[in-house]
Design a protein around this ligand. Structure first.
Ligand SMILES: NC(=O)c1ccc[n+]([C@@H]2O[C@H](COP(=O)([O-])OP(=O)(O)OC[C@H]3O[C@@H](n4cnc5c(N)ncnc54)[C@H](OP(=O)(O)O)[C@@H]3O)[C@@H](O)[C@H]2O)c1
Length: 325
């Protein structure tokens, strides 16, 4: 089976970071960008699983330029250690915030930092990563956050972001995806404001942000419709059978990665957008309409502030962009 459903423009010279890159959509996104010539840093929490992913990519593309970075996104100390290592490397052109707990615990759990575990893993770790990395992103860089159809299927309790009063496994996942998208769009607004301020300071008319933040969702992408990759994707025969029954409304994760790769590379992409598959759950990438909640600036501002509190660091986008030489 073909891992690379649609062509990707040459990516030589571009530096990419993908979180949660050892499996699923993150793996296929990494593989395709590396096969197009990008240097890809595969990030994940387990060195063995990262090594298997790198071996799988090199097995297909021996010349692939890839390395690894061990980061557990549920731990702020792990994220900060990862940021320190990334700051010694070349500036990034693409950051794909993909790592996520998809199968969430039935009872509320907390991260090592005392935050609700799904929020910590899917949102707060990425927020802290960006806070550290924003000054180290290349001009024109893209930050692609993984959204989800679940954003349409759940209400958002911004007054209980840590789900201390209303935890359930489904809400924890959906709420984390809404919060992640809300932060992505808030980042876009703050990047645009920083660009306007910088332009005004020198009397220039141009207000193109230096960095673009957007959201991509992969529809419904399942392992049993995905090519077998040793050490990366090895569904049982039963899973393959069950997933085949869902074929009409699902696609493989290699195809789900199409939208993410498009968001990371295509010319028709800009900050603030929401990309997804043409037929909602599957299909080629098309520009979509995000939920009103995820686009709401008042909610975005609130989620941003709560994320700052939960990570214990102020994230000043204007200062981060102005800090660049
Ligand atoms: N598949 C879909 O239909 C779908 C739909 C909508 C949105 N999404 C989003 O797409 C992203 C990827 O989903 P997927 O289906 O590819 O999931 P997946 O196959 O379960 O892969 C998830 C990846 O995230 C990593 N991860 C989990 N917890 C982590 C942690 N604490 N620190 C670092 N990495 C961690 C996993 O690493 P380990 O192997 O170590 O667990 C794995 O590499 C998620 O953000 C998900 O919300 C997926």
């Amino acid at each position: 089976m073909n891992w690379y459903p649609s062509p990707v423009a040459p990516q030589a010279g571009r530096q990419v970071l993908v979180t949660g890159a050892n499996a699923g959509i993150g793996f296929f996104t990494s593989a395709r960008l590396a096969s197009a010539g990008a240097h890809v840093t595969l990030s994940g929490r387990d060195p063995g699983r990262l090594a298997a992913a790198v071996a799988a990519i090199r097995g297909r593309v021996p010349t692939a330029s890839v390395d690894t970075l061990v980061v557990d996104t549920s731990s702020l100390a792990s994220v900060r250690a990862g940021v320190d290592r990334l700051l010694d490397r070349a500036p990034l052109d693409v950051v794909v915030l993909n790592a996520g707990m998809v199968h969430t615990p039935s009872r509320r759990e907390e991260s090592v930092d005392g935050n609700e575990l799904v929020l910590a893993t899917n949102v707060l770790g990425h927020f802290a990563l960006l806070e550290g990395m924003l000054p180290h992103l290349a001009a024109g860089a893209r930050v692609v956050t993984l959204g989800s159809l679940s954003m349409r299927l759940s209400t958002f309790r911004v007054d209980d972001l840590q789900l201390e009063r209303s935890y359930d496994a489904w809400r924890a996942y959906a709420q984390s995806k809404i919060a992640a998208a809300s932060i992505a769009f808030e980042l876009d607004r703050r990047l645009r404001r920083a660009a306007t301020d910088a332009a005004e300071a020198v009397g220039a008319a141009s207000v193109t942000p230096r960095v673009h933040s957007l959201v991509a969702h992969p529809g419904y992408s399942i392992s049993g419709r995905t090519p077998r990759v040793p050490g990366v994707n090895e569904p049982s025969r039963a899973d393959r059978f069950l997933d085949a029954l869902q074929a009409a409304g699902a696609q493989g994760k290699h195809r789900g990665a199409d939208v993410v790769v498009h968001a990371a590379t295509a010319d028709d992409v800009e900050g603030g957008q929401f990309w997804g598959p043409a037929r909602l759950v599957k299909g080629p990438p098309v520009l979509g309409t995000p939920t009103a909640t995820s686009r709401d600036p008042r909610i975005g501002e609130r989620v941003w502030m709560l994320a700052e509190q939960a990570t214990g660091r102020a994230f000043d986008v204007g200062a981060a962009m102005g800090a660049r030489p």
